[in-house]
Design a protein around this ligand. Structure first.
Ligand code: MG
Length: 159
């Protein structure tokens, strides 16, 4: 069996009055992410980890933010497309681990829902998808509630 690993990183700015989509889930919040797509920064980092595992570039070149095709797009659609690209090449997702840095709102009530949602899109069990959340103790742009930062790691497998 071949095993490859990839990492992904993404940041989106927060602004008042926008919907907050994170890990494929709508999070009740007074602020949301400024973006060309739905701004799901966790899915974007996950997509980049999956693409990175196979040295296939990043979602910015697959789904350019200059294209109207991807304006306001549900990022779950982007994730499904990335998984389809992997599968075309004979790969499947092994597991993924995602760390979200966000000052507020608290994400604990939504972690399980994110794991189940992302696992569903990738066609793998929820226990193969880890989502962890942390604040930055009020330090930096995350701590000032100016944005959200996400790191993702993913393993892909081919028999
Ligand atoms: Mg992004």
């Amino acid at each position: 069996m071949e095993i490859r690993i990839g990492n992904g990183y993404d940041v989106h700015a927060l602004a008042e009055g926008l919907p907050m989509w994170l890990g494929g889930v709508r999070i009740p919040s007074e602020t949301g992410f400024v973006a060309h797509s739905d701004g799901d920064v966790a899915i974007h980092a996950l997509c980049d980890a999956l693409l990175g595992a196979l040295a296939l570039g990043d979602i910015g070149h697959l789904f350019p933010d200059t294209s109207d095709e991807w304006k306001g797009v549900d990022s779950k659609i982007l994730l499904a497309k990335v998984v389809a690209i992997l599968e075309e090449k004979g790969w499947r997702v092994g597991n993924a681990d995602i760390t979200i840095a966000l000052q507020r709102p608290k994400l604990a009530p939504h972690i399980l829902s994110m794991r189940e949602t992302l696992a569903g899109v990738m066609g793998i069990p929820a226990d193969a998808v880890s989502v962890k959340a942390t604040t930055t103790e009020r330090l930096g742009f995350v701590g000032r509630c100016e944005g959200c930062e996400v790191w993702a790691t993913a393993l892909v497998l081919r028999d």
